[in-house]
Design a protein around this ligand. Structure first.
Ligand code: GLN
Length: 319
């Protein structure tokens, strides 16, 4: 086993979990009205190792929407199908140094990276116009969901229509990003912006839970092979690229500090999710809705920081 003494490992995880539980700071995102319905007390952590050992504690079966945690997944599909050359002729690899939904492009008039809203909307346009130009919106939705499902080894991936509608109603900023990118000719030819925006909101409104997401994180830790089904979902080169961008850009404008303190690829979302990948070891998913000022889950962030204080998981431990 990759973690030989799993039961003592789990004891330490429980202690970290409990220390984070009493942290009641942060605020639930309210710019998507439906997200305010979640309970600020909700707190779950699931772990899946690359050899399939599992541990879960707290509200791990409670459903929540993926939000920005969908961004590395759609990016991975685009890379798998188009390769990094094509994908990165449209979107950069640089942290933006700004908010996740800031109305800003880089010096080349491209979105900074695929982990912030502009870059993710752009990735969605690549899916529509290049990966599956012949598919209807319904087919692309199913196609995307089937990738997410395979990554999770068939665990819970659903769709929350209320969150989808709520976000689409309140999406002035995301539409502004879409129009701003269209004005700057960021999208491939034949892009239907309305369909792209709907597809982006649908990816954000896919629903899951900690258990399923820990398997997705573990599939990434395992180079694209799902540890519970042994299905090869993505090529290792794809996962290498995804993890590189998550490492530098995965936690919004906290990414530099996160890379410094935690030293691992991660991706957070406004529903309170935090996906953490320990390459070749395990995937972890932490979920709790209250967010800090930069949009990262407070408990999830504390968990990641305490984890590397307890174990030598930081990329540059063991030198
Ligand atoms: N659906 C959210 C948005 O577009 C996703 C952003 C996030 O999770 N940070 O605003």
């Amino acid at each position: 086993f990759i973690i030989p003494d799993f039961s003592s490992f789990v004891k330490d995880i429980e202690e970290i979990y409990n220390r984070c539980k009493v942290n009641t700071s942060g605020k639930i995102a309210d710019y998507i009205p439906q997200l305010t319905r979640y309970c600020p007390e909700s707190w779950g952590v699931s772990i899946c190792t690359v050899d399939g050992q599992r541990f879960s504690i707290g509200d791990v079966e409670e459903p929540f929407t993926l939000q920005s945690c969908s961004k590395p997944l759609t990016y991975a599909i685009a890379l798998e199908k188009l390769g990094p050359k094509v994908v990165h002729s449209y979107v950069g690899q640089e942290p933006s140094g700004r908010n996740f939904n800031e109305l800003v492009l880089d010096q080349n008039k491209k979105p900074h990276n695929p982990m912030i809203n502009a870059g993710a909307i752009l990735t969605c346009s690549l899916m529509n116009a290049l990966v599956k130009p012949d598919m209807t919106s319904a087919e692309i939705f199913d196609y995307t969901m089937s990738w997410f499902k395979r990554l999770s080894g068939g665990e819970y991936i659903g769709f929350n229509n209320a969150v989808f509608l709520s976000e689409r109603e309140a999406a002035d900023r995301n539409y502004a990003l879409g129009f701003y990118m269209r004005e700057n000719k960021c999208f491939p030819k034949r892009t239907n912006l309305k369909e792209v925006m709907d597809y982006y909101f649908q990816c954000c409104a896919m629903e899951t839970n900690c258990e399923a997401m820990s398997v997705i994180a573990a599939s990434m830790a395992n180079g694209g092979i799902c540890p519970t089904t042994e299905e090869k979902v993505f090529r290792p080169e794809v996962i290498r690229d995804v993890l590189s961008i998550m490492h530098s850009c995965g936690t919004y404008d906290y990414s530099g500090q996160f890379a410094f303190k935690v030293g691992l690829p991660a991706k957070s979302g406004v529903s309170g999710g935090m996906m953490l990948v320990i390459p070749n070891v395990m995937g972890i998913f932490a979920w709790s809705p209250p967010l800090d000022d930069l949009g990262n889950t407070v408990r999830g962030l504390q968990f990641c920081e305490e984890l590397v204080n307890t174990f030598n998981f930081h990329r540059y431990d063991n030198l």
